[in-house]
Design a protein around this ligand. Sequence first.
Ligand SMILES: Cc1cc2nc3c(=O)[nH]c(=O)nc-3n(C[C@H](O)[C@H](O)[C@H](O)COP(=O)(O)O)c2cc1C
Length: 330
Amino acid sequence: MMDFLRRIKRALVSFRERAKMRSEASRAFRYDRRQFMANAGALHLDRKAAARAEIVMAYHVLEKGLTMPCRRLGFGRGAVVRLVHLVDSFERRFGAGDPQVTHAVGVLRAYRELHRDWPEPMPRLDAFLAARPDVPAAREPHVRRADFFAAKDAPFPEFAASRHVCRHFAGPVPRETVESAIALATTAPSACNRQHARVHVVDSPALRDRLFEMQGGTRGFGQDADKVLVVTSDLSAVRWSWERHDAYTNGGIFVMNLCYALHYFGVAHCILHWSVPPGTDRAAHALLGIPENEAIVQVVACGLPPEEFDVAASPRLAGADITTWHGDGR
Ligand SMILES: Cc1cc2nc3c(=O)[nH]c(=O)nc-3n(C[C@H](O)[C@H](O)[C@H](O)COP(=O)(O)O)c2cc1C
């Protein structure tokens, strides 16, 4: 009898705790929703930071185009027109001199230089560049494979600076190398060492192509990727409502470690977003047989790079520009 009562009591406590969790989770997601709606750049393009992010995204499309394996002249005409418009509008509203916006002008000049013999005129772009004569063409580094991986054993600052995504794949990555990279990536920290990350290795061209179709960010290079690492995060490791972002924070930290590990082992990698609608996410789970409790965090395409290739420069903000000190700052 006592045993029965104890069991009833335990069930009641557990029911109450779960009800509390559910209510807290709803509150947390309502808070996130409000914060997102009030601040996400996509919904507030009138703000300077959002307008700058839009420009960075637009110049990156061209920067990628300039470094693509099978680049065809005449590519990205629409992207050029759009970027010219975005920069013009930004400078009118917020003034000139922002380093990321200046880089956008440099990318446009590099595009024009590449198309100097293009038969069709580009009067809008030419006028735009003529009005900004001091901005030189941006240079996308051309590297040899040996140099790209030369900092493998260098001190961390050099090693970290040498890592870049590479969108040129020319050969297979041995299974053992992928296994070694994943094993090294498990050194990533995680909340209470719960180790949320899981990796699904796609080693089939048919599955890769289907997945990339859903993902949408691999045009021009995805078809050459040898393997695709789908990094997921096990929601079972999330222990309370306020940890609602933990699947993604822990998964993201793992992805970064995985990219360093791949770079260390001489494997070219390209991180790919998984910002897809729910239906696509569901379809990818079904395609790869990923259980529902695993949230897809990111996808990493990889392969062996060719002897020589171009890398998108992707210049960074200065540390000081992204840092706010609170307190004395000594
Ligand atoms: C979350 C995330 C999503 C990304 N998605 C894509 C993508 O869909 N397609 C692509 O070509 N590159 C993608 N990238 C690669 C970025 O463009 C690249 O990391 C960035 O420009 C910095 O360059 P770096 O890694 O060479 O230093 C993504 C990177 C991250 C971190």
